[in-house]
Design a protein around this ligand. Structure first.
Ligand SMILES: CC(C)(CNC(=O)c1ccc(Oc2ccccc2)cc1)c1ccc2c(N)nc(N)nc2n1
Length: 328
């Protein structure tokens, strides 16, 4: 095969594999069998080995990157990763609504409610549509560069559907089924079990060897834009829709409401049924949707005044002792 033919075939394979990665890992709706997918990947690996000059960093073969790192570099977030104030019950959500209504001068607030995934907060930077760097939240200003590990998460695109430069925020997590499978294997080996999926996700992303992160079936939901060039976005929901169009995995359970009583109904609903989700959540996040309203409301020292985290009541750790239920 000559160079030109190889170049065209490699470009075709990268495109088609990216599309199938999107269907499988982002939409959870595979369009081809695992065997057909493996065949495409194997052909691309062979062609890139035969024509090394044609291998590019955004190739799907580059997800399980290089050698283990000696340490993680520090990364300064251009836009800080802020924390959330907490609300613990319906009345505190009503207080939040009253403060919001006092702080805006025009219109009524519209709220977007999202699941608060129990994972590790991350920030990922793209330049001209290509994944260039990923980092942990750290202290909100300085995080750790975990690019190699984040590239192993297949629901995180290496190349966006539009060549935009932006920084996104999200939560990396381990699905409950992967957590249970991992602990079953550790139990068989007589190794100590992990306490919860969040610890495994955090521990995996802090491994210096990306091959370990690649084995952990980690996943990600993107929940916000840190910064974006060349695109005007006016609301949080519009931002999420744009992120979805770019190929990011957005949590499908987000809803918008105009009345705080509907927000309360929604978050109380999830308090009951969160066990049905394939991943752990530790609360809900309620955000004022309009960026104009967010601008008016501003921030406290470390949190936006236009968002709050509704924390679920601590689950009663109920253990069965000789058949009787005791709450601990
Ligand atoms: C709302 C925000 C705190 C993100 N937003 C920011 O971090 C943020 C940061 C600078 C901003 O503006 C500034 C720009 C420059 C300087 C200072 C602030 C605005 C928002 C947040 C935090 C955690 C979340 C979580 N676990 N789950 C979901 N679903 N959403 C979440 N949302």
């Amino acid at each position: 095969m000559d160079l030109e033919t190889a170049k065209n075939r490699i470009e075709y394979l990268k495109e088609i594999i990216d599309q199938h990665n999107y269907f499988y890992y982002v939409k959870d709706d595979p369009q081809i069998t695992d065997q057909e997918y493996d065949q495409l990947i194997r052909e691309l690996i062979q062609l890139e080995e035969q024509f090394p000059a044609l291998q590019t960093p955004d190739s799907p073969t580059q997800r399980v990157g290089g050698e283990p790192l000696p340490y993680f570099e520090k990364v300064e977030h251009r836009i800080p990763m802020l924390s959330l104030g907490n609300s613990f019950n319906a009345e505190e959500l009503r207080d939040f609504d009253r403060r919001v209504r006092q702080g805006i001068t025009a219109g009524q607030p519209r709220y977007v409610c999202e699941l608060k995934i129990d994972g590790l907060a991350i920030s990922v930077r793209y330049e001209n549509g290509l994944f260039v760097q990923g980092s942990t939240r750290g202290d909100g200003t300085i995080g750790e560069d975990i690019t190699q590990n984040l590239k192993t998460i297949r629901s995180l695109p290496l190349k966006l559907k539009q060549p935009l430069s932006l920084e996104v925020r999200g939560e990396a997590f381990m699905p409950r089924k992967a957590f249970e499978r991992l602990n079953r294997i550790r139990a068989e080996k007589g190794e100590q079990l992990f306490a919860n999926p969040r610890n495994v996700a955090a521990g995996s992303l802090r491994q210096l060897d990306p091959k370990l992160a690649a084995e952990r079936s980690l996943d990600v939901f993107i929940y916000g834009i840190g910064s974006i060039e060349g695109v005007e976005v006016e609301s949080h929901s519009q931002g999420l829709a744009l992120l979805g169009d770019l190929g990011f995995k957005i949590n499908p359970e987000m809803r918008a409401f105009d009345d705080i009583e509907d927000v309360i109904g929604f978050v109380e609903g999830w308090t009951e049924k969160r066990g049905q989700l394939p991943y752990d959540i530790d609360g809900m996040v309620v955000k004022v949707n309009s960026y104009a309203h967010q601008q008016e409301l501003g921030f406290t020292a470390k949190s936006p005044r236009w968002a709050t985290a509704y924390k679920f009541p601590a689950e009663e750790a109920v253990t069965r002792l000789e058949g009787i239920e005791v709450s601990v």
